[in-house]
Each structure stands twice: as structure tokens, then as C-alpha cells.
Design a protein around this ligand. Structure first.
Ligand code: HPA
Length: 260
């Protein structure tokens, strides 16, 4: 099979992002990844994987992040673009807005945080998301006239419950702008494999305590409504990613190990 150039991890609804797709199963040392579609966008080989499985049956705390990211690595992908539904903590966001986070805070508790359990690897996350992919995502989203924020701090919670109002107030005081349940460890694992990673977030609700109550249905409805612009932004971004990577992601392991 042709080497995959760009990989996309997202929710359901993005399956028809690709043209001429084939479906493949990829086994990894961490288990089997969900069915992956491989197709092309403007002559580039692109793979898509639904994070929660084909029938949206895997909850955030049970997603096999290790298998998902490793499967893309095995297919040769050097870049991963993710999409995430998020709740807005910062009131400057409204439902339906987009953001490309520049930083994250990890509030997960039960997830395996790394691929490296048998060697000492300290990966640098001073720029946790790929700066090159972030700037293309932002530029292309702006081209379509969507409201997109070029800076946001994303906090990742363990889930699967939503947060309490007190938790959201704490996150706000810590400087978090939006909250989701699936950003971590995905972003870190990609960096550990020297893959570029950026995420396109879309606001499905105001976070707990800002709006009166939260429902899974409103999140799903907004996600459905936002599928067309998400697909447009992803396609355009993939088309315009430079052939050669000029970001530090490609050398993430170089300074992550202690010299003997
Ligand atoms: N909290 C956590 N995850 C989410 C939310 C939220 O409010 N909305 C969409 N995903």
C-alpha cells in the first residue's frame, strides 16, 4: 500500500472526507485500531480513523489512543490532524465557534500517558501542537469565513461524565479556554512518535455552570451541523500542507533522552 501522508482522527460524520477510499484493519502492539479508511485528497494519500469506533461505541476513557496513533505511524503518516468537540469555558466563545488550541492542561487520571515505559524519555511539549499545521488550519478556516480562534488552552478531563460547575470555574481560573475528554494522551503519543499533531476544536456547548445543563444530544447535534465546514477546512488544510516538514516535531526524540 502507498504510504499515508496525512492522518485524520475525528468523530463520526467525517467518513466521507476521502475519495476512492479503501477500508483497512491495522494491528499494533497495543491492539487493533478501529477500521481505517484510506483515500486521497488532491493526490495526497490520507487516512481517517473514527476515534470512538465506527458506531461511536467507545467512551473517551476507553479509547485505545495507543493503538490509534500507532496505527497511523505504522502506515507511514507523519502528520495527524484531529478534531475535537469541546465545551467552552471562556465566554468569548459561542456554540459553533472553532479554535485551534496552542496549549493544553492534562486533567486525565487513569490513562497510560506514554509509549515509553521501559526507557526514560522526556518529550518536550513547550509547543504541544505542531506550529506549522496550526497555522495552515487557521489560515484555511479563515478563508471559509468561519469564526476561529488562533489561540486557546484546552483542558482534557477523564470523563465520561461532564464537569461540575466548580471544576469548570477552577479550570477557568487556571487559564483554560475549552474542555474536552479526548485530546490527551493522543497529542502526546503523536509527539512521542515524532508525528506532527494539531487539533481543530469546535464548540458544542458552553461548559457546566455557564449554561444550565448539558446533554449528549446537543453535543451530537452541533457536531453533525459542523461536519460540512470541518470537512472543508480539513480538505483545504491537507491540500496546502507543505511537502517537507519544517517544524520541531520531526526531531522530538533527539533531545528527549539522557546521554549515557
Ligand atoms: N465537557 C467535556 N467534554 C466535552 C464537552 C464538555 O462540556 N462538550 C463536548 N465535549
Amino acid at each position: 500500500m502507498r504510504k499515508v501522508e496525512v492522518a485524520v482522527i475525528g468523530g463520526s460524520g467525517l467518513e466521507n472526507l476521502l475519495k476512492g477510499e479503501e477500508q483497512i484493519r491495522v494491528g499494533t502492539p497495543y491492539g487493533l485500531a478501529p477500521l481505517i479508511s484510506v483515500g486521497n485528497i488532491n493526490g495526497k494519500s490520507v487516512a481517517f480513523l473514527p476515534r470512538h469506533g465506527l458506531h461511536h461505541s467507545v467512551p473517551p476513557h476507553k479509547v485505545n489512543y495507543h493503538a490509534n496513533v500507532y496505527a497511523f505511524h505504522k502506515l507511514g503518516a507523519e502528520r495527524v490532524i484531529a478534531t475535537n468537540a469541546v465545551g467552552a469555558i471562556n465566554r468569548r466563545f459561542k456554540v459553533g465557534d472553532f479554535a485551534v488550541p496552542h496549549d493544553f492542561i492534562d486533567f486525565t487520571r487513569l490513562r497510560q500517558p506514554t509509549y515509553y515505559n521501559d526507557e526514560v524519555i522526556h518529550i518536550d511539549v513547550s509547543q504541544p501542537y505542531c506550529p506549522e499545521m496550526r497555522s495552515v488550519l487557521i489560515e484555511k478556516a479563515e478563508k471559509f469565513g468561519v469564526k476561529i480562534s488562533a489561540k486557546a488552552v484546552l483542558v482534557c478531563t477523564e470523563g465520561p461524565r461532564y464537569e461540575t460547575p466548580a471544576e469548570i470555574e477552577m479550570f477557568r481560573r487556571l487559564g483554560c479556554d475549552m474542555v474536552g475528554m479526548t485530546g490527551i494522551p493522543e497529542a502526546v503519543l503523536a509527539r512521542e512518535l515524532e508525528m506532527c499533531y494539531a487539533t481543530l476544536c469546535f464548540v458544542t456547548n458552553m461548559a457546566a455552570g455557564i449554561q444550565k445543563r448539558l446533554t449528549a444530544e446537543e453535543v451530537a447535534t452541533t457536531a453533525r451541523d459542523k461536519t460540512p465546514p470541518i470537512q472543508q477546512i480539513l480538505r483545504e488544510t491537507i491540500k496546502h500542507l507543505p511537502a517537507k516538514r519544517r517544524c520541531p516535531c520531526a526531531h522530538a526524540l533527539r533531545d528527549a533522552k539522557l546521554r549515557d
